[in-house]
Design a protein around this ligand. Structure first.
Ligand code: MOS
Length: 707
């Protein structure tokens, strides 16, 4: 008792010593006897059938234990997900798809043997060329996160026709890849001591994932196992950003190899190129935004129409226009999403899928409107701040965007900004830009937790996984306060599929959903056992929310402010300062929260300046599929990046009062940078990334007052 309150305290990560000494046991480092090593065979056509595989040279190599192909692979029982249904037929769906694997005593032998396998194909026609006016573009039933595809209210065409001021612009964003540092490591062991007894079969999978429940529920039935016959461990993850949120084919490939070699651990860590080919990506987008406003800057219409490619064989469509549904108070609004089916690898949710791309477009269009109106862009946003959710008419559970903008302006020195190039020095033109950010409550499923008292410590158990954001640390803080004991008496158990069911670390909802269940379990435990529980006492409970949480529109908000300098000579853009001011609900740990914010902002900056991958429409493969050809921000790109927040605990998200902060830092960050480039140069860039060639070839906007 009388323990110091933990929530809100600056706490270093409990896993820090293991991480910095390189001793944290990731999936690949889990100790097992005599592991075997897997290297995949991948398709080199974008669509067709494997005609023949000649593996004789590979099989003859000393140290090779298995060449696995569709001819000898164990059968999978469920076909629901074509991405995972590999080695079951000769069909090839995309370039880089797994068509087999070599398993050998060392990784070097496996890789060399794989290079000795000869594959021939029957090619099939394919289309890997995205264009927004593609004749096969269609309206998906839903977009990602089960959001509505289209919304419509009022008469946008009439409002646009009659408004004194309008903006009608198209914005594009490129294909982007996750590139977590941890290369999807996996180790699988198939236990099959008595082959006739199928119930005795078990699969142990050491994996790196964002959530165990999805992996268990998808993989176990495919492999012919009951959930109880499979255990997944995900002790450390090595970053994710969405890619490890759902299982990818490498897990099935490794499990099939392990099933063929029962009792032997089979390990696989992907190469960077294989990650580009098989573990998802953010699809490119084409977005048209139209705004109509009165002469004093009040929006009368807002439309946002997004088109993006999807794999023909597995639909994924980002919720690109959904933020535009709630941001501003225009009475006439429309949003649409269309998908273009192509013969390409499957895309997936990547950090703020949709919000990140869509807010770039909306918040750039708002800046264009501010220029047209000759109005300060912060003042324009203030004038369009909606009192209630424009789509549902629900009250906000908490919306403090104006406060974030005002505080951001004060901290950043926004009053130094002038409508033309804010400052000049030699070849460099300086400019400032601003944009808003938002991220919704994505709560989908209930989450459970248990408190188990053993040997003087409270074992807090749930299926959460720490993808690197600090769950090991902050969940112990939440548990200590909820149980009213010192944090040293908490023993957190996460990262195993045999723990109480919890949703994964995605959609920025880990902290508030897991925290709710820990608080519920702790409250029941304390109520039942008081301050001196008996040895072995255990309580399991489901996380709860206020009964009426659906009556509120629930979102986090933020303001991003950027200062850039742009070279008149080379078109090079440097972000000299980037500030985020957030409305994140309660902050559990300011140190790990700060890291999440500045991490998101860094990703946004990286998308603004560098990230762009190309899928060659002639061959269907990703051209720049490594970190030499696909650039991301490095330390020199972020000399000054700072996050601040204004705490308004929001209990509609759950009893922790936290709103979730994993993604709000990245949302729309290219917009304030692009808006600052405009302020510096008078050039409006509407295609990401803002590379020197685009700066040099862009014409100055005629309405710009920057010479
Ligand atoms: Mo993440 S894109 O919320 O899995």
């Amino acid at each position: 008792m009388n323990a110091e309150r933990q929530i809100g305290q600056d706490r270093v990560r409990v896993d820090r010593p293991l991480k910095v000494t390189g001793t944290a046991p990731y999936a690949y480092e889990q100790p097992t006897d005599a592991p075997l090593h897997l290297y995949p065979l991948t398709s080199s056509v974008p669509r067709g059938r494997v005609r023949s595989i000649d593996a004789r040279a590979a099989e003859a190599l000393p140290g090779v234990q298995l060449v696995l192909t569709q001819e000898n692979a164990p059968k999978l029982l469920v076909k629901a997900d074509p991405e995972l249904y590999i080695l079951q037929s000769p069909d090839v769906l995309y370039w880089g798809q797994f068509i087999g694997a070599v398993v050998a005593d060392t990784p070097e032998i496996a890789r060399h043997a794989a290079s000795l396998v000869t594959v021939t194909y029957d090619d099939a026609p394919f289309d890997a060329h995205f264009r927004p006016d593609h004749p096969q573009a269609y309206r998906p039933r839903r977009v990602n996160a089960f959001k509505k595809t289209d919304t419509h209210e009022g008469d946008v065409d009439a409002a646009l026709a009659h408004a004194p001021v309008t903006v009608d612009r198209t914005y594009t964003t490129p294909t982007e890849y996750y590139n977590p540092i941890g290369p999807h490591p996996v180790k699988a062991i198939w236990h099959d001591e008595s082959p006739l007894n199928v119930i005795a079969r078990r699969l142990t999978l050491y994996d790196a994932n964002q959530g165990l429940i999805f992996h268990l529920m998808v993989l176990a039935p495919m492999l012919g196992l009951l959930p109880a016959q499979m255990i997944i461990h995900t002790p450390y993850v090595g970053g994710s950003f969405g890619t490890k949120g759902m299982p990818h084919a490498h897990l099935i490939l490794t499990a099939l190899a392990a099933k063929t070699l029962p009792g032997r651990p089979v390990k696989y860590a992907m190469t960077r190129q294989q990650m580009f080919d098989t573990t998802g990506y953010r699809p490119e987008s084409h977005q048209r935004v139209r705004l109509a406003a009165s002469a004093d800057g009040r929006l009368t219409a807002l439309t946002h129409d997004a088109v993006a490619p999807t794999a023909r064989w597995k639909e994924f469509v980002e919720q690109t226009a959904t933020s535009s549904r709630i941001m501003y108070a225009a009475p006439n609004r429309r949003t649409t999403h269309r998908a273009v089916p192509l013969d390409i690898p499957a895309s997936m949710f990547m950090c703020a899928p949709g919000e990140c791309t869509g807010m770039f477009a909306l918040e750039t269009a708002m800046d264009e409107l501010a220029v047209t109106l000759d109005l300060d862009p912060i003042e324009l946003r203030r004038r369009n701040e909606p009192a209630r959710d424009p789509e549902t008419d629900h009250p906000w559970s908490g919306r403090h965007l104006t406060q974030c903008l005002t505080e951001g302006a004060r901290l950043f020195g926004w009053d130094q900004r002038t409508p033309t190039a804010t400052r000049r020095r030699c070849e460099w033109h300086y400019g400032m830009g601003v944009a808003a950010s938002t991220y919704p409550d994505q709560h989908l499923l209930s989450t459970w937790a248990a408190v188990h008292y053993r040997q003087g410590r409270y074992h807090v158990q749930l299926q959460a996984s720490d993808i690197g954001a600090g769950a090991w640390t902050i969940l112990a803080q939440i548990a200590a306060d909820a149980l009213q004991v010192g944090v040293d008496r908490i023993h957190l158990e996460i990262g195993r599929s045999d723990l109480p069911l919890a949703i994964g670390a995605g959609g920025s909802m880990g902290t508030y959903t897991w925290g709710s269940s820990i608080m519920a379990a702790a409250a029941q435990f304390t109520h039942k056992y008081g301050p001196t529980p008996p040895e072995g006492a255990r309580v399991q409970a489901r996380g709860l929310r206020p009964r009426d949480f659906r009556k509120y529109s629930r979102h986090a908000f933020g303001a991003h402010l950027a200062e850039v300098r742009v070279s008149r000579v080379t078109g090079e853009v440097r972000v000299t300062r980037l500030l985020g001011v957030y409305d994140p609900g309660r902050i559990i740990n300011p140190r790990t929260a700060n890291s999440q914010f500045i991490g998101g902002m860094t990703m946004g900056l990286s998308a603004a300046l560098h990230e762009e991958s190309y899928l060659d429409p002639r061959y269907g493969h990703v051209v720049n599929r490594d970190l030499a050809g696909s650039h991301i921000a490095a330390h020199a790109d972020v000399p000054y990046i700072q996050a601040r927040w204004i705490e308004h605990p929001d209990l509609a998200f759950g009893p922790t009062g936290a709103k979730g902060i994993g993604e709000i830092g990245i949302v729309g960050v290219p917009a304030p940078i692009g808006n600052a480039i405009y302020n510096a140069t008078g050039k409006r860039l509407r295609a990401l990334p803002f590379t020197p060639d685009r700066l040099l070839t862009a014409d100055a906007d005629p309405v710009s007052r920057t010479p």
